[in-house]
Write a protein of this length. Structure first.
Length: 181
């Protein structure tokens, strides 16, 4: 197994700052969760909807995972406004830290401005610079906006599809970093 360098803790683009989570992000993270298509929601908390405290716990867990894996799901904020608009980064769900999964989600009010593409592009480039050669992304077949973002930054279908009658099929996308940069 290839040992890759840890991902940077901070990334910046022309318009965005990707940074470590802080507990003050939890109320915004909850709003993001509430805006999700119901087919994408994971049940969290006693009534299925996470509380701010549940999400503070989640943030603390993410920070611990980052320290142990070297990959991070980062909070995204607009640089000028300094406002939380979502997250973008790498997770180790089904893959290894050397071939992690790209994940992102933004508040609806920010959709259509190219922020997801900009953030995902920055994470992809940082992953390549850290020595990673391939990234993965799982996206629901009905999520055409995310499929477009992934296509713009070099992801292609891997040929694998996970079938889920309740939530919709998940297409496993892949990006070879040496080819995408």
């Amino acid at each position: 197994m290839v040992q890759c360098a840890p991902m940077p803790e901070w990334l910046t683009t022309d318009r965005l700052c990707l940074r470590p989570w802080i507990e003050a992000d939890a109320p915004h993270y909850r709003q993001l969760w509430l805006e999700r298509d119901p087919r994408s929601r994971r049940v969290i908390g006693p009534d299925g909807r996470p509380t701010v405290e549940d999400l503070c716990d989640n943030i603390r867990s993410q920070l611990l995972r980052t320290a142990s894996t070297g990959i991070a799901l980062m909070a995204v904020e607009r640089r000028e406004e300094k406002d939380f608009i979502g997250y973008c980064g790498l997770i180790g769900r089904a893959a290894s830290p050397d071939e992690p999964e790209l994940a992102y989600e933004l508040l609806r009010k920010t959709h259509g401005n190219g922020y997801a593409t900009e953030a995902a592009h920055a994470v992809r480039d940082a992953a390549a610079a850290s020595g990673r050669s391939r990234l993965w992304a799982g996206v629901r077949a009905w999520n055409t906006a995310s499929l477009r973002v992934l296509g713009k930054i070099g992801f292609v279908p891997s040929g694998r599809v996970e079938h889920d009658l309740e939530r919709g099929d998940t297409i496993l996308m892949m990006c070879r970093l040496a080819e995408a940069s």
